[in-house]
Design a binder for this molecule. Structure first.
Ligand SMILES: CC(C)(COP(=O)(O)OP(=O)(O)OC[C@H]1O[C@@H](n2cnc3c(N)ncnc32)[C@H](O)[C@@H]1OP(=O)(O)O)[C@@H](O)C(=O)NCCC(=O)NCCS
Length: 230
């Protein structure tokens, strides 16, 4: 009962739209799903898997929130709206975690045993975020709406996008990597060699016609052009 009152108080503290205690008690899907999950989890731990699955299936029908009875959920978890939330069997959710609608804590289908993520304390999982795999999302991190997270996340990080990338650590922006103008060390080395060959040819009086893929780097390196121009 104490845990249940704590759940309601958590919603009142975190959701500005929440009015009275009884409104939250009767109308918040997340509160109901957590209450039913705790019962299902108890049966799961006491080897009554069938009963546990019956309760979780009933909870899913009532709330739209699908929590496997094996999942471990910490204290003061707030599942806002909740529709479409899916939490897998081996997922572990810490304390004070906020979960919005459409979040999946799932597996990739490649792992066995622990297949689902561990979400540390005070993480926010925004609407539609998918966290897939058996890794850890560090405490006080935020996962952006619609992100697909496939790798471990260090604490105090903000992750956005598909696939998820860290854009902030401790609220400080991470410098953008230029994904278009990526240096090409092999092409640069060829350019240097080409330059030396041209110098040697000039010294020996040889005028070989050539095409270089590195012309963008050395625009004056084609003696054919020089010949044509003269
Ligand atoms: C992840 C989130 C918390 C980030 O907040 P923040 O720390 O203030 O980060 P910023 O807004 O400064 O964004 C940082 C960068 O990530 C980008 N970004 C933020 N959220 C994003 C998202 N969901 N998907 C893709 N990119 C996103 C921003 O455009 C910005 O990019 P830029 O540096 O190129 O301008 C927030 O954007 C978010 O997704 N909130 C959703 C909350 C929610 O689910 N509400 C549902 C209520 S029903």
């Amino acid at each position: 009962m104490r845990r249940f009152i704590e759940d309601v108080r958590t919603v009142q503290a975190k959701d500005p739209a929440a009015r009275g205690f009884w409104e939250v008690f009767f109308t918040y899907n997340g509160v109901r799903a957590l209450r039913m999950h705790r019962r299902a989890h108890w049966f799961y731990l006491h080897k009554c898997g069938f009963l546990a699955r019956l309760i979780s299936a009933h909870a899913r029908r009532l709330t739209g929130i699908d929590i496997h009875p094996g999942a471990t959920i910490g204290r003061r978890c707030f599942i806002d709206h909740g529709t479409g939330v899916v939490i897998g069997e081996t997922a572990v959710v810490g304390d004070d975690v906020v979960i919005y609608q459409g979040v999946t804590l799932g597996g990739t289908g490649k792992d066995t045993g622990k297949r689902h993520p561990t979400i540390e304390d005070r993480v926010m999982l925004s609407a539609g975020a998918k966290v897939l795999g058996s890794f850890c999302v560090g405490h006080d991190s935020r996962i952006g709406a619609g992100s697909v997270v496939l790798k471990p996340v260090p604490p105090h990080s903000t992750v956005v996008g598909v696939p998820g990338r860290i854009v902030k650590t401790n609220d400080v922006r991470i410098a953008d990597l230029d994904q278009v103008h990526v240096p090409d060390p092999i092409l640069e080395e060829f350019s240097r060699l080409n330059e030396r060959i041209i110098q040697l040819e000039k010294e020996l009086g040889i005028h070989a016609c050539r095409y270089s893929i590195a012309q963008d780097i050395m625009p004056s390196a084609n003696p054919c052009e020089e010949e044509e121009n003269s």
